[in-house]
Design a binder for this molecule. Sequence first.
Ligand SMILES: Cc1cc2nc3c(=O)[nH]c(=O)nc-3n(C[C@H](O)[C@H](O)[C@H](O)COP(=O)(O)OP(=O)(O)OC[C@H]3O[C@@H](n4cnc5c(N)ncnc54)[C@H](O)[C@@H]3O)c2cc1C
Length: 423
Amino acid sequence: MQTERPLEERVEPASEVRDVRRTTCCVVGGGPGGAVMSLLLARAGVDVTLLEAHPDFDREFRGDTLHPSVMEIMDQLGLAESLLELRHSELRNFTLQTASGPFTPVDLGDLKTKFPYITMMPQTSFLEFVTREAKRYPNFRLVMGARVRELVEDDGVIRGVRYESEDGRHEVRAVLTVGADGRGSRVRKLAGFEPVKTSPPMDVLWFKLPRKKEDPAGIVGRFGRGHIAVMLDREDYWQAGYVIPKGTYPEMRREGIAALRREFAELIPEYADRIRHLKDWQQMSLLSVESSRCPRWYRTGLLLIGDAAHVMSPVGGVGINYAIQDAVVAANVLSEPLKESQVRLVDLDVRHLAAVQRRRELPTRLIQRAQALIQQQVLARALRSKEPFSPPLPLRLLLRIPVVRKIPSRIVGFGFWPVRVKE
Ligand SMILES: Cc1cc2nc3c(=O)[nH]c(=O)nc-3n(C[C@H](O)[C@H](O)[C@H](O)COP(=O)(O)OP(=O)(O)OC[C@H]3O[C@@H](n4cnc5c(N)ncnc54)[C@H](O)[C@@H]3O)c2cc1C
């Protein structure tokens, strides 16, 4: 429903609020989803304010993958070339060594795209790049160190947020507030949305291991007795992931770091010398694997995108891809209505927000269903196995058929529904 807002609507700041600023769209969270959505809206001429809780974009182990679909989106914006000038490596396939030999469920090299690989780039570099581009538009404002605490609500309509920064509390009033604040989204909680969770059977420990110049490029992956190890080539170091049965981390800690080193070295003996560098639990980050989806992603004046709307299992590493695809669809659908609301001072029709969820919910459900299948049929079995593990024979045979082999690569590379920026 569209309701007219009085032209000279007076804003009475709450006593402790230092100032009140207006914008058309207030994006909460400068992760991949929020940053890309802000850039696209700014580029389309919408006034955008992006609020990021952290004082910088420095992140460790937050997913440093840009899939072919993201690179195609950057290419459409004319930014792929300059993005690829930043330090990165390329990952063309996922090959895991199993008890029955190498198993390659995903080979992006076969895809018809200018970017048949996953671009491995620190998320910090990507976010700095995207926000630098957005800053070229005078209608874009970035506030770092701005932690959103409250929603501004008026008669059931969300009209902005209050945030805290070093110098006190501030208010931003907006036609649309976008919750892009990640898996623990405060905006989602404040708006009263409860995600439906499923619990994947594993957790992942991430840590860095030294890399030598002569080491092979790409990915090293192994299925072992009750564990899975992966090592991703990050040029200067290996990003190692150790997949463990869900909830067993406290038990691992009791057993001690020497036991972890021993098991990892058994799985990847050729890198046994590197694992010695792991001396302290502080060197590791635990990813408590979660998969969830909000039944509803919007309310009048508010939209959730990315992890705030749906947390993805790490299978296929599609979280960033999906957050950015949400951002593109949201910007495609909302740019014109937001500009209209900017000019005419009218509220945003909630049907536009519903359209964003409608377009993104099915691809999200489908990928989560596919991830659950892989978790049950492959990962849970591998983690239960007391013997060196091999993926089920029917799956291995199926993936030998060329047409079938392309399906997982396509889904990982582009998702279930390729997305393009509307010009
Ligand atoms: C350890 C780990 C490894 C991962 N590996 C991969 C991978 O290899 N590939 C992949 O695709 N995905 C990976 N993911 C998932 C991926 O990081 C997320 O799916 C993706 O970042 C989601 O993007 P987003 O923009 O929705 O949210 P986020 O990236 O979570 O960004 C949310 C932003 O909101 C900010 N924020 C939070 N609260 C507030 C607040 N109150 N006020 C203002 N700002 C706020 C945060 O500081 C953050 O910058 C990994 C996740 C983790 C935890």
